[in-house]
Design a binder for this molecule. Structure first.
Ligand SMILES: NC(=O)c1ccc[n+]([C@@H]2O[C@H](COP(=O)([O-])OP(=O)(O)OC[C@H]3O[C@@H](n4cnc5c(N)ncnc54)[C@H](OP(=O)(O)O)[C@@H]3O)[C@@H](O)[C@H]2O)c1
Length: 183
């Protein structure tokens, strides 16, 4: 039997106190000026290597709007945007979806893709975790306390056991933790 390699990873950048966005939308806190001597250098090659393995992104509409404003970072990789609204399509690689996320995963993502990244935001992360649709969680913690903002884990209201499978500390003080979501 061929093993199904399909996987959904939730990935976001967070402050150490667990926020993914400031209330005023400022994202400069994601660029760290810290210097951790023993850290790994996050090279362009390393980033390109990770990104090249992702064959689809899923995101909530607020994250989509934010990405359009900041400059589209997803290239031509297929992106599914969750929304109840009617957006004018701005890019060929973007499709819009509304409704049952289990159906989206089983009927649209699983048959087509192997490595799907769900890249936020908080509302969409909550749905994916509550519905047990994600297999992996990667949090990149920046060396900062924001004190206020939008929480990564916004009261998921259910316990979820995790398996820590990797930790990487980078030169800029970012610590990336990767977990399997146990089912
Ligand atoms: N730090 C990071 O790595 C990171 C990553 C991503 C985002 N962010 C930040 O997080 C913020 C956005 O997060 P957020 O929690 O406000 O919003 P979000 O999760 O990006 O989007 C929520 C919206 O997605 C749509 N949606 C979700 N599930 C749906 C479903 N099953 N069917 C149809 N539509 C569905 C709805 O859109 P409609 O209202 O259009 O119907 C909902 O209002 C932004 O400030 C962004 O910059 C940070």
């Amino acid at each position: 039997m061929i093993a199904n390699s399909f996987k959904i990873t939730i990935h976001m950048v967070a402050s150490l106190d667990g926020f993914i966005a400031k209330k005023n939308g400022d994202t400069s806190w994601m660029q760290s000026t810290d210097h951790f001597k023993k850290g790994v250098t996050l090279t362009e090659e390393l980033i390109a290597d990770i990104l090249s393995s992702i064959d689809c992104y899923v995101m909530g509409s607020h994250t989509y709007e934010h990405a359009l404003k900041l400059g589209w970072p997803y290239g031509d990789v297929p992106v599914i945007v969750l929304t109840h609204r009617n957006f004018e399509p701005e890019r060929e690689s973007v499709q819009f979806y509304s409704g049952d996320l289990t159906k989206l995963v089983n009927h649209q993502l699983k048959p087509k893709y192997t490595n799907v990244w769900m890249v936020g935001g908080a509302k969409t992360t909550k749905e994916f975790l509550q519905l047990q649709l994600a297999d992996e969680l990667i949090i990149s913690f920046m060396p900062i306390l924001l004190g206020d903002g939008l929480l990564f884990f916004d009261y998921i209201e259910k316990e979820q056991k995790l398996h820590l499978k990797d930790v990487a500390a980078y030169k800029d003080g970012m610590v990336e933790m990767s977990y399997d979501i146990l089912k």
